[in-house]
Design a protein around this ligand. Sequence first.
Ligand code: GLN
Length: 298
Amino acid sequence: MAITYNNLYLDIRRAFRLAGIEAASLEARELVCHVSGKSREQFLMDMNYYISSQLEQEIRALARRRLEGEPAAYLLGEWSFYGLDLDVDKTVLIPRSDTEVVAEQAILRAREAGEKVRVLDLCAGTGCIGLAVGTNVPDCRVVLADTSADAVRVCRQNIRRCSRRSNVTCFQVDARQDPPAMLWDFDVIVSNPPYIPTGDLAGLDGSVRDYEPQLALDGGEDGLDFYRVITAKWKKIIRPKGWLIYEVGIHQAGDVEAILRREGFQSVSSYTDPAGILRVVEGQWPGTAREEKEASKQ
Ligand code: GLN
């Protein structure tokens, strides 16, 4: 029997709610809009029209996959982060809203650095953090780097999608190796590296564990492998007075602060996300002796 857009939406919303999906209304509406090619406004205008049975079946098939645990971002092929619509596929981690505080801090530090600031997003995934910086800091240059060829492909798509070809580029680079010669002299290095302790991977929520790439999650035995190696190897290419900014997992801020201090960073501090979890840790690379003297004269 024919069904209207609105009744199909309500059906799916009900099923999502029963399954305990938190953003049931939003996800149900996004699914209907995405498959039928309608904007949110068009959906509201057309909601009492009948939907074709082919579209209805396509939408119901995706809704079933969602109910089986597949994340909405992968079903839709896109997700929004810091006001940007980004391509997402199963080769990259889905941008989290928690990560917006990391982007915020990187934007702040990049703005402070003044004109022609250079920013590196290491372990970029979709490129979400670097693109948020590249879009919100006038006159900045951003490099997105990731070890996965698939992530680099997604980054390229997102650079194009956000019309950032003029100031954002990307490279395939392994954060665990020494920085390649083509990358040098950054005012800000920002990174959301894999940080889940290997032993905790099996206990993650099914929609993360079974669908998101393990490469983007596994931070080694204590989850801190990437912080140790990035801090030690990549500090060499941070400009004097530049910043290294990390996203960290729950209960990791203290350990990551200690790593930064041990490697010679100053002004090390942590900031919370909207849920009150310490999510951002940053440290400043010291200036050279001459610059310190200049600064103290002012
Ligand atoms: N925040 C992600 C999660 O909880 C993990 C991201 C990461 O390892 N960088 O699933």
